[in-house]
Ligand binder design. Structure first.
Ligand SMILES: [Zn+2]
Length: 383
């Protein structure tokens, strides 16, 4: 790779070649369309489209429709074909291969084992099947010249009553592939206070925690995630922007997500200060947020302002299938529509590496890996 101005706008080929990190990527949201087709056929599950191209378009359009019912329906079709050990292993393997091909060197794959028991799988059998697929994928990627490391994030569904059981599952498999715990599903109305003992349990076992917060619900949800859930990271966290008042041209304007307060002074509330003071990584997912209405455009997505304000910003895909996205695509959009530079892309990658659910020495090694030679910053200068 040749040395290039870090302030330059990198093109797609360079972005794809950058070593990347993704912390927020759902296993059931990243299945290959062709795989959904093949497995649905074998399982006798009816799909809304008959070929891979139109199925991919259907997933994106349904997720784009603004209808929560249709959005949730999309996951019914992936989860329906993820009910056997073989299918889970295949899908995990393919996810690792797809991420490796996109230049990702470290990934965390999150999923909710309780949604994969319709075929009679036990929770441990489901976790072991996914791990077998991840291990296979890592080996196959390595044989192809791509070195990638992948951890499982085991999550509970917020609307279910199995938080403690799933937390115990995550702890039981912590040395066999599981790196942390998450809660996913409907955020509003299902906050961390719903089941307090689980957070105490996870803290006692020192298992890292990330909590979806600040996507469909606002500051109360974020406050609960960091204070009650003791979250090490926030899934999305975009709505922390609601605790920041921007002053533009002398006019105080608490503009929220749709405003454009860039360049103006920022007045942080207590919670925003807390999240920034503790450098709690925000797992931001711009394209997904456009689909769910959390943000109105890439240019106005809070990721850019939060990064300018020195929050611990990481960039993620959320659901590659439903959003037809990839890390390269997310980065390219930020370059094209929000003015990001190569330096910005490396910055969020380094932040993600420091936020990975690994030990400090392993994170340090990963940081060294993602600081691309030739772009590495030394005391603010380039080498
Ligand atoms: Zn998510």
């Amino acid at each position: 790779m040749t040395t290039q101005d870090p302030g330059a706008r990198p093109g797609e080929a360079l972005i794809r070649a950058l070593p990347k990190v993704v912390l927020h990527d759902h296993l059931d949201g990243g299945v290959r369309p062709q795989t959904v087709l093949e497995l649905a056929d074998a399982a006798g599950h009816e799909l809304p489209a008959a070929d891979a191209e139109s199925l991919a378009a259907w997933f994106r359009d349904a997720a784009d429709s603004g209808s929560l019912v249709r959005y949730i329906e999309t996951f019914q079709h992936t989860i329906a074909v993820m009910q056997t050990a073989d299918n889970l292993a295949r899908i995990a393997r393919e996810a690792v291969l797809d991420l490796a091909a996109d230049g990702i060197v470290y990934a965390e794959q999150r999923w909710a084992p309780e949604q994969h028991q319709d075929g009679g799988l036990s929770l441990p059998a489901a976790v072991e099947a996914v791990q077998a697929g991840i291990d296979d994928g890592i080996a196959a990627a390595a044989a192809d010249g791509h070195i990638i490391r992948v951890g499982q994030l085991v999550g509970a569904m917020r609307q279910g009553d199995r938080w403690q059981e799933i937390a115990e599952l995550a702890v039981a498999y912590r040395d066999r592939g599981v790196v942390g715990f998450d809660i996913a599903g409907p955020e509003a109305g299902f906050l961390p206070s719903r089941h307090l003992p689980v957070w105490r349990y996870l803290a006692e076992y020192e298992l890292p925690v990330t909590i979806h917060a600040g996507e469909a619900a606002g500051l109360d949800s974020i406050a609960q995630a960091v204070h009650l859930g003791q979250a090490d990271r926030l899934g999305h966290g975009a709505r922390i922007i609601e605790d920041i008042a921007f002053v533009v041209d002398g006019d105080p304007a608490a503009e929220g997500l749709s405003g454009d307060g860039r360049g103006g002074a920022a007045d942080l509330g207590r919670l925003a200060h807390w999240v920034r003071d503790h450098q709690i990584p925000l797992e931001l997912c711009p394209v997904s947020n456009l689909q769910t209405g959390t943000a109105e455009s890439i240019a106005k997505h809070p990721i850019t302002r939060l990064k300018e304000l020195d929050f611990a910003v990481t960039l993620n895909t959320d659901n590659r299938l439903m959003s037809r996205t990839s890390m390269t695509h997310e980065m390219k959009l930020l370059v094209d529509e929000a003015g990001w530079t190569l330096d910005d892309l490396v910055d969020v990658t380094v932040t993600a590496a420091w936020g990975a659910f690994m030990h400090h020495d392993e994170r340090r090694d990963l940081v060294e890996q993602v600081l691309v030679p030739g772009f590495q910053k030394v005391e603010g200068a380039l080498v």
